[in-house]
Each structure stands twice: as structure tokens, then as C-alpha cells.
Ligand binder design. Structure first.
Ligand code: NAP
Length: 265
């Protein structure tokens, strides 16, 4: 049930490692001795992180600057991960848009689906055969509390996160006894250094936020125990339960109004 021990050859992969929760996950894994493959688009940030983690924890950190929403760019990474000894995959990269879908850029909305859902599915399928053959591995999938609800003014994001939430928990149900752990991280608001959060942040009370470092530690602890779902923070746990069990016809207008404010609409 526990995770494969770190070795010189195996790797923990973190997508979206250049900032936010992904950086915190990479640091948490390095602290536990895992060598890493860091994935995102901004190569300089990944390289700086790789150097910092190498110096601080003595691990190897490889950088893959890849746009995961681009199938052609993603292909070689998927193929590489299928061949490597991947101990842990953290499918974490994701972005959100706010506002009515009809008013948003259709090309970008399609890219959000590709990044938040299709790439998660793709990379998971790449590492799964190797993990099953080794009878060891851990897959963390970052979904969201938004994936439990209907969220007007955040429709593409919420739908992609419904996919990740469902895929993670369904896959875990198929892998009992195989040695491969799967955990869904389904957070509410997590404070990061992303400048886009500054505007949203003023519309969400401070006590609702949890830190990225706390989220990362809880996530890897939960993955090691093969927990089905981790939701950091008491308020977010409440949001998670309400999202899953309250009637959508009642919650959708309320949640939609909140997201309208968050998007500055
Ligand atoms: N923070 C929250 O409150 C919160 C709440 C619920 C769920 N989540 C989920 O948690 C995950 C991380 O969120 P975060 O707040 O840490 O996000 P963030 O600070 O915006 O960071 C997003 C990460 O994804 C990478 N990324 C974005 N587009 C990409 C692309 N096309 N290809 C490859 N990498 C890409 C970014 O790197 P580059 O720009 O360098 O590519 C960055 O490293 C996401 O899946 C998000 O939906 C976050």
C-alpha cells in the first residue's frame, strides 16, 4: 500500500511544477528523497526549481518544458514516461477561466479541456502499465471541489474537474491489490503566488484559504496511504460535502453568482 521507495533510477513526475501547488508538491517529494521530472511550459522557472531542489535535497531533477495542452508536444513526454521507471505521477497542471462560455475564447476553452482532462488521462495511461508490472506506484490527480458541482461562469473548468474527480476515484476502484495507489486531491481555495489569485483572493475570505505547502504534504501522505480523496481545510471539506449532496438546482444559481463576482463580471 505504501509508495515505492526513491531510488537513483526512479522518478516522481510533477506537472505544473513551475508555480503554485505543483512547486510545493515537487519540494515535498524532493524532501522525501525522490528524484524528479518537472513539467510545465516555462523552462526557466523549472530549471531554477531543479537547481534549488538538487542543492537543498541532493536529488536529481530533470526539466521537461512542454505545453500539455498541445497533443504534438505532449506525445514525446507520454512516450518517455511509458518507458521510464515512474514511481509517482502527480497530474497537477490545470487552469481555470471565468465568465459565460459563450463570451470566452473558444480556442482557449478547448485548450483548457485538453490540459485539465485529456492530458491527465493521457499521462496516466502512459505510466500505468509500468506501475502495474512493477506492482508499485502512486498517481495523484489534482481535481477540485468545483468538480463536484454545477458552476455557471466557470463551466469548462468545473466540467474538466468533474472528469478528473470521477476518473481518479473510479481508477482507484479498479486498482485494489495491484500495488498502485491513486488519490484525488480535490481542494477548495489554496493560496499560491499566482498573481491571478490577487483579484480572486479579495473576494474569498482569508480563513477559507489553505497553504500550498500544507496541501502538498497532506496530498503525498494521503497518496502513501492510498486515500481515495483529500480535501485540505475544514471549510473546503464543508464545500466538498455540500457540492456532492445538495440539490444542484438549488446550488447552481448561488455558486454561479459567487463565480460571477470572482470573475469581476
Ligand atoms: N489554487 C487553488 O485554489 C486551486 C483550487 C482547486 C484546484 N486547483 C487545481 O490545482 C492545480 C494547481 O493549481 P495552482 O493554483 O497551483 O495553479 P497555478 O499557480 O496557476 O499553476 C498552474 C501550473 O500549471 C502549469 N500549466 C498551465 N498551463 C499549462 C500547459 N498548457 N502546459 C503545461 N503546464 C501548464 C503552469 O506552468 P506554466 O505556466 O509554466 O506552463 C503552472 O506550473 C490545478 O489543476 C488547479 O485547477 C487549485
Amino acid at each position: 500500500m505504501s509508495l515505492p521507495a526513491p531510488t537513483a533510477d526512479n522518478r516522481a513526475v510533477v506537472t505544473g511544477a513551475s508555480q503554485g501547488i505543483g512547486t510545493a508538491l515537487a519540494e515535498e517529494l524532493a524532501r522525501r528523497g525522490y528524484s524528479l521530472i518537472l513539467v510545465a511550459r516555462r523552462k526557466e522557472l523549472l530549471t531554477d526549481l531543479a537547481v534549488r531542489l538538487g542543492d537543498r535535497y541532493g536529488v536529481t531533477a530533470e526539466v521537461r518544458a512542454v505545453d500539455l495542452s498541445d497533443r504534438e508536444e505532449r506525445g514525446p513526454l507520454s512516450a518517455e514516461l511509458a518507458e521510464r521507471d515512474i514511481a509517482i505521477l502527480c497530474n497537477n497542471a490545470g487552469v481555470a477561466t471565468f465568465g459565460p462560455v459563450a463570451k470566452l475564447d473558444p480556442a482557449y476553452e478547448r485548450a483548457v479541456v485538453e490540459l485539465n482532462s485529456v492530458a491527465v488521462h493521457d499521462l496516466t495511461l502512459s505510466v500505468l502499465p509500468g506501475m502495474l508490472a512493477r506492482r508499485a506506484g502512486g498517481i495523484l490527480i489534482t481535481g477540485s471541489v468545483a468538480g463536484n458541482m454545477a458552476v455557471p461562469n466557470n463551466a469548462t473548468y468545473a466540467a474538466t474537474k468533474a472528469f478528473t474527480n470521477s476518473f481518479s476515484e473510479s481508477l482507484r476502484g479498479e486498482l485494489g491489490g495491484t500495488g498502485v495507489n491513486v488519490t484525488l486531491l480535490a481542494p477548495g481555495p489554496v493560496r499560491t503566488t499566482n498573481p491571478d489569485q490577487e483579484d480572486v483572493g479579495t473576494k474569498i475570505p482569508e480563513f477559507v484559504w489553505v497553504s500550498a505547502a500544507h496541501t502538498a504534504k497532506l496530498s503525498i501522505d494521503s497518496l502513501a496511504r492510498n486515500k481515495m480523496r483529500v480535501v485540505p481545510g475544514l471549510i473546503s471539506k464543508g464545500m466538498s460535502v455540500a457540492g456532492q449532496y445538495a440539490p444542484r438546482a438549488l446550488t447552481a444559481p448561488v455558486v454561479g453568482a459567487v463565480y460571477k463576482r470572482m470573475g469581476g463580471l
